[in-house]
Design a protein around this ligand. Structure first.
Ligand code: 13P
Length: 282
């Protein structure tokens, strides 16, 4: 099955596919092991920063080889692409889907730029995720509270036109979800999600999955979310186990001894998330 088949299946059966971001080989392996152990399809994501750290060609090569080795149904998404040339490169190099983030553009420009990417990507069989509204925050631990600006939320009235004119496959929505983990999360605006769902034929994507309570994740899935992005929780798990290893193995210098613990902690979190997303009734 291709990614579109899985997203359609998820839409019909009310579950969601997780997108898990990575920028190191331990994270990649931890995520793929979790997919293998749960026998679940999975999306791996790399942002502009993550893929430029690894190198775009290297990211694709690593992904393709590892996917075969782990024998899992895994797909690669270019996350929050803002630079059109870079997004096109990701399409050319073999990403399965690209997220074009036109959220800083005016509504009309977001439509026209997203459409350009859709025309380009669809010719090569690559799916496109658009973004309407602006998802705030950054994928890290924040000490402060956050208030989401009303003007940044997805307007249900714009959804129909955006999806119809751009022909995006998926749509990232801003409904109180934010990137990163804050001292107090703003909470999901479920009424807005209901209204957006009614207006959208596109697959709905919930960014900023870290820090959202399981009961809210379940409810979001029941109201039409079919893809959920997770990054911060994996980054924190990776970093905390690295700090632990460095302390415990203070005489050790072999990177493969020090870094291997991080793979396991990423695997554990990813597994929990996959279980939550694929069995929302549990
Ligand atoms: P979190 O960092 O909050 O999990 O969000 C990740 C994300 O949405 C990537 O696009």
């Amino acid at each position: 099955m291709n990614l579109k088949n899985y997203l359609t299946k998820a839409q019909k059966e009310h579950w969601a596919i997780g997108q898990f971001n990575f920028s190191t080989i331990e994270q990649l392996r931890g995520i793929l092991s979790a997919a293998k152990e749960t026998k679940s399809p999975i999306i791996l994501g790399t942002s502009e920063g993550e893929s430029s750290y690894l190198g775009l060609e290297e990211t694709i090569a690593l992904f393709e080889i590892s996917k075969k080795k782990y024998n899992v149904n895994a797909f690669l998404n270019f996350d929050h692409g803002r630079n059109l040339d870079l997004v096109k490169k990701a399409v050319d190099f073999g990403y399965n889907c690209v997220h074009f983030d036109g959220s800083s553009l005016s509504f009309e420009n977001n439509i026209s730029e997203t459409k350009r990417i859709v025309d380009y990507a669809h010719k090569k069989g690559v799916l496109v995720e658009g973004e309407l509204g602006k998802i705030e925050g950054e994928s890290k631990l924040h000490r402060e509270e956050v208030k989401v600006k009303q003007e940044n939320l997805t307007s249900p009235d714009d959804v129909f036109k955006f999806v119809k004119e751009t022909k995006v496959d998926s749509l990232a929505v801003s409904i109180g979800n934010i990137h990163g983990i804050y001292r107090k999360e703003p909470g999901i605006d479920f009424e807005r999600l209901k209204d957006v769902s009614k207006k959208s034929k596109a697959y709905l994507v919930l960014h900023g999955g870290s820090g959202i309570m399981p009961k809210d994740i379940r409810k979001a899935i029941s109201l039409g979310i079919v893809k959920i992005n997770i990054n911060t929780e994996l980054r924190i798990a990776w970093k905390e186990s690295l700090i632990k290893s460095l302390k415990a193995l203070d005489k050790e210098a072999r990177p493969y001894k020090i870094l291997s613990q991080s793979e396991d902690s990423v695997r554990k979190i990813t597994k929990e998330k996959i279980k939550l997303f694929t069995n929302p009734n549990l």
